[in-house]
Design a protein around this ligand. Structure first.
Ligand code: RIB
Ligand code: CA
Length: 317
């Protein structure tokens, strides 16, 4: 039985691979995609979500959620994802009608015969708004699987202590962790293990179709200080933050988790947006399955196999 999922996302280079993986995996039933501001402004993330859904031939609805964090100023990341969010890769503009994002989340959760797993791979603003505007609906969610946060030494990229998705809207994130629905946190301490370069996706690169072309561009769109494309043919690999979170739903064995109470600092002067794992068990019953280990080869093989199957299907469409 396929797991019903909704992807809440700020596409976004790594978001694109995650959405492709979901579209290619029969283990999940993608009910809808909801865009949120994050990597780039909502006008770009929502356009990208719709255009990607068209490319992938998805008939699920696409929603347009929050343009701003609950209270904070915005911190987009065009230096990482490019001004358009896809590293300059242009997809044909979609003609889809985008629905209001938070009502779409609520409708899809209510309409699903089975409890829905919400996979949040951007800032958590839409999710927090769902919880405040539709609390009883939010409680029907099976689990929130989030790409966000981190632990121990590897907890920050936006700042030394804070990962981007949490830092963009720490107040929203604090609400999500405290809400009471189980959370799986796929943080930087896990995703920084999930390095992917062209050489790890040999069948996809050889396939050469529309998905392969876009993935190749995205893997080559982020360059390190030496000017080497981290995901390119000579790169060590680009951390696949979001697709690891999706992979954890599709094939849970790609990660190993431990159960802890996790909270989010949202008032700190220098720690704002930090996810804090309570290893001492002092703050409350564990609320989060925290990802620690990654079976990198299993993850890379899943990406290579599924995205190649997707690319073959798109070439034949
Ligand atoms: O810190 C990485 C996360 O922030 C990823 O989801 C990336 O797409 C950005 O949203
Ligand atoms: Ca993202």
């Amino acid at each position: 039985m396929a797991i019903p999922i909704i992807i809440d996302t700020d596409p976004g280079i790594d978001d694109a691979l995650a959405i492709m993986l979901a579209a290619a995996s029969p283990e999940v039933d993608l009910l809808g995609i909801v865009a949120v501001a994050g990597n780039v402004a909502l006008e770009h993330t929502s356009r990208n979500a719709a255009a990607l859904a068209d490319l992938l031939g998805l008939d699920c609805p696409v929603g347009k959620g929050a343009a701003l964090p609950l209270w904070r100023d915005t911190h987009f990341a065009p230096e990482v994802h490019g001004a358009n969010g896809f590293g300059g890769y242009e997809l044909p503009a979609s003609q889809r009608e985008l629905e209001p994002g938070v009502p779409l989340l609520a409708r899809l959760i209510e309409e699903s015969a089975e409890p829905v797993t919400v996979v949040a791979i951007g800032p958590l603003t839409n999710i927090a708004m769902l919880m405040s505007e539709h609390p009883e609906t939010a409680r029907k969610v099976e689990r929130f699987v989030i790409m966000g946060g981190g632990t121990l030494r590897d907890t920050g990229n936006a700042t030394p202590t804070s990962e981007f998705n949490i830092y963009f809207d720490p107040d929203a994130a604090a609400r999500v962790f405290r809400f009471g629905v189980p959370v799986t946190m796929v943080g930087l301490n896990a995703t920084h293990q999930a390095l992917v370069a062209e050489k790890h996706l040999p069948d996809l690169m050889a396939s050469g179709g529309p998905a392969a072309k876009m993935v190749k561009h995205l893997l080559n769109s982020y360059h390190d200080e030496a000017g080497v494309a981290a995901g390119g043919e000579h790169g060590a690999g680009m951390a696949q933050h979001d697709s690891l979170a999706l992979a954890a739903v599709i094939d849970p064995a790609v990660i190993t988790t431990e159960h802890y109470y996790v909270d989010v600092e949202n008032t700190g002067r220098i720690t704002n947006g930090m996810t804090v794992v309570d290893y001492l068990g002092r703050w409350g019953e564990p609320n989060t399955d925290v990802a620690f280990g990654v079976d990198v080869e299993r993850f890379r093989n899943l990406l290579n196999t599924r995205l190649t199957e997707l690319d073959t299907r798109l070439k034949e469409a």
